[in-house]
Design a protein around this ligand. Structure first.
Ligand code: C5P
Length: 223
């Protein structure tokens, strides 16, 4: 039988990563964080001194580095040309510049192709995969058995993200989140969009365990 594909989209700080990893662990599925791929490419470009505000420069470098993703939900990994960048891609510098890189068509073309390859592999050879991002339900895997749009109030998202990055500056975090969401939702190509085909799940008043249980239930129904 074919493996299941669970696609999860949503804005920054909505709890996508914790939820996706939790569901993948609970259901013994693979896990793919597509945001980490855009971050990895951004990290490499910043490292090289490429002007990430110049779409032509970004497009020219989009296919150069090798990006390798480890899909074990207990220990997901990201390598760029063999370098482990799991920590480095969470820096403020990468976070502030990733939306610009992700808006360039050549970047999306390359990373979406890579994502689809990994999904096909998981579908054909494993029990399945949980994929999280901004355009998974709409562009990368619209044929996924489970499609979710995860949301949470701006306040809840800012508090979670502040705790994640150990920042006391919740207001500043909320502002940075709002800016990134605006950029990700307004870009021309594959913007973050909520469609009728995706089930909306608002996690504001729920614990992580409750959200994971809800999604695992949807996966059971879809089998
Ligand atoms: O999920 P995360 O916050 O790590 O994503 C980082 C950035 O990567 C997003 O702000 C967005 O610009 C980009 N991204 C995207 N499409 C995806 C996943 C992430 O454009 N599927």
């Amino acid at each position: 039988t074919e493996g299941i594909v669970i696609a999860i989209d949503g804005p920054s700080g909505s709890g996508k990563s914790s939820t996706s990893r939790g569901v993948a662990t609970a259901k013994a599925l693979r896990y793919l964080d597509t945001g980490a791929m855009y971050r990895a490419l951004t990290w490499w470009m910043l490292q090289r001194g490429i002007d990430v505000s110049d779409p032509t420069a970004v497009a020219g470098a989009a296919t150069t580095p090798t990006i390798t993703m480890g899909t074990d939900p207990a220990a997901p990994t990201v390598h760029v040309d063999g370098t482990d960048v799991a920590q480095a891609i969470r820096s403020q510098e990468v976070t502030a510049n990733v939306s610009a890189v992700a808006s360039v068509p050549a970047v999306r073309e390359r990373l979406v192709a890579l994502q689809r390859e990994m999904i096909t592999e998981a579908r054909e050879h494993t029990s399945g995969i949980v994929v999280e991002g901004r355009d998974i339900t709409t562009v990368v895997a619209p044929d996924a058995q489970v499609k979710l749009f995860l949301t949470a109030s701006q306040e809840a998202r800012a508090h979670r993200r502040s705790a994640e990055v150990h920042s006391e500056d919740v207001a500043g975090t909320q502002e940075a989140l709002a800016l990134r969401d605006r950029l990700d939702s307004s870009r021309a190509l594959s913007p973050l969009t909520q469609t009728a085909e995706a089930t909306e799940l608002d996690s504001t008043g729920l614990t992580l365990e409750e959200v994971i249980a809800l999604v695992a239930g949807l996966a059971e129904e879809a089998r």
